[in-house]
Ligand binder design. Structure first.
Ligand code: ZN
Length: 306
């Protein structure tokens, strides 16, 4: 089933959702603690007009909770009736000012899937575990960075009138919850997304100087994906970024392309294995700049020039 909450867990979910809507994020205590752990604050999220976050269970593992800090949508995980872990998912509506006609916004009518790379899965012994992504040597783990970067992008896209579907889950071969989510979306046909973008950070184990962004499509990518890829590349270059665009086989990305025939790319911000890349990825101002460039690229893909 999809989109309906009906079991004992739903009460927990309900409580969680309601309290989440009343949390004031900017200056609360846990956000302060969080800065100390990761050197940067999680993005502020407008909790208004968000569809119910269903099938969620509250994470109880202390270590995971400490890592997650004040990130609302990582404090829970999704589980289906059979006990399978599902990708975390939140459907965000546009953010519209009181006197603004949503239809006048440039991305009105568009639904964009923003996939924050890596996340929860279940071990064979039934315990909740995290595919944290690439090694970050004591810095904030990739899945957390990806979450924050996704929220920075999502905030911008919602303000431009788009609906945004945030998906985050394990992307390992055995546990590709993102792929499953995309397949189910298609099966139930309720969602007609217009674009898919997966956000990651990169690292190399044997090279500490290589840096720059990478935009990936796959061997089976459609022309719209390639256009979107080159769009991001040129927007980054215009803003002084070093960037390569490449083709690679990527499970979740493949399935978005196969299922929906929409522009789909995977974006790697930079290599945290190099000092230059690390500075870019972990600098809050830089993170805002990336979100701006990605937003510009999305706008120009849809033919909106600023
Ligand atoms: Zn990754």
């Amino acid at each position: 089933m999809f989109g309906i909450s009906f079991n004992a867990q739903s009460e927990k979910t309900e409580k969680y959702t309601q309290s989440a809507q009343h949390i004031v994020l900017p200056n609360n205590a846990s956000a302060q603690i969080n800065i100390k752990i990761f050197d940067f604050q999680p993005p502020i999220i407008d909790f208004s007009r968000i569809d119910k976050h269903i099938f969620t269970k509250v994470v109880e593992d202390e270590k995971i909770l400490k890592a997650v800090g004040d990130r609302e949508y990582l404090k829970t995980y999704r589980e289906d009736q059979d006990g399978n872990i599902r990708a975390n998912r939140v459907d965000f509506e546009p953010i519209v000012g009181r006197l603004v006609d949503v239809k006048s916004l440039p991305l009105y009518g568009k639904t964009i899937i923003v996939n924050a790379g890596h996340g929860y899965y279940k071990e064979e012994n039934g315990e909740i575990a995290v595919d944290t992504g690439t090694k970050t040597n004591g810095k904030a783990p990739e899945w957390i960075v990806n979450y924050d970067n996704s929220m920075l992008l999502i905030n911008r896209l919602r303000e431009l009138g788009a609906k945004v579907i945030y998906i985050q889950g394990a992307m390992r071969e055995q546990h590709n919850t993102v792929k499953i989510e995309l397949e189910e979306m298609k099966e139930f046909g309720k969602i007609n997304p217009d674009m898919f973008i997966s956000l990651h950070i990169n690292s190399l184990s044997d090279n500490t100087t290589h840096h720059g962004s990478e935009v990936f499509t796959t061997a089976i990518s459609n022309d719209s994906s390639k256009t979107f890829r080159e769009n991001i590349k040129s927007n980054l270059q215009k803003n002084g970024y070093k960037v390569a665009s490449k083709s690679r086989d990527l499970g979740a990305l493949n399935s978005s392309i196969e299922n929906f025939d929409i522009p789909s790319v995977l974006f790697e911000y930079d290599f945290i294995s190099s000092p230059v890349g690390r500075e870019k990825v972990y600098n809050p101002d830089e993170r805002e700049k990336y979100a701006d460039v990605l937003t510009k690229s999305i706008l120009s893909y849809f033919g909106v020039e600023e």
